[in-house]
Write a protein that binds this ligand. Sequence first.
Ligand code: PGA
Length: 252
Amino acid sequence: MNKLIAGNWKMNGSLAANEALLTALAAGLAAPARAEVAVCVPAPYLAQVAALKARLPALATLELGAQDVSSQASGAYTGEVSAAMLKDFGARFAIVGHSERRQYHGESDALVADKAKQALAHGITPIVCVGETLAEREAGQTVEVVKRQLAAVIHANGHCISEIVVAYEPVWAIGTGKTATPEQAQEVHAVLRAQLKAATPQADRVKILYGGSMNAGNAATLLAQPDIDGGLIGGASLKAPDFLSIIAAAAR
Ligand code: PGA
């Protein structure tokens, strides 16, 4: 299975900065990579990135993603963006349940599960984020927390569960420069894989990404773990050389 490297730009970028970043990425992506690559961009920039993809042949295989999606199909939900709208602009992925949304926007496990369901119903692959806080890790609750978060999505999505991507992102490692050790990450990934196996005979095709301060220096050892199938990259995805190094580590 090819690894997936997905950039999460978060609330960063501008028309000019995005064009500079993608032009630099195009130069480095010219050779066909043995890894799948995506960028999850702020919704207003989906059209710009789609247009740049059309213009720069080296970006042809770059997949487009969003950072969130509404749990509702359409209607009176001011400020929300539906899965159908994301699909209109060529989104192949949508991150759901990122810890920043759980933390700052009060997103519950049930809401995240509904968002995943909306994405799947529109042919968008949800990248379902799970992860424990530092307090939860220190209290020995890591496994319980990530299993509870994933269970809600499994419960709501039944046999479609083999179509999702999971991202294990320990909250204490996001944007902090503190990375889970490859062993710590693998331990949780193995738990998530076992949980998926209990839910679907096709669990082996579900990609489980690691996220949280993955960078050019630590990507190779993390990606060498048996159940780490790629990365969800925040800060390092905003710097073309760093993102390209991570992609190269994944394509080995
Ligand atoms: P980071 O973010 O790579 O900057 O730690 C990862 C994420 O939040 O998806």
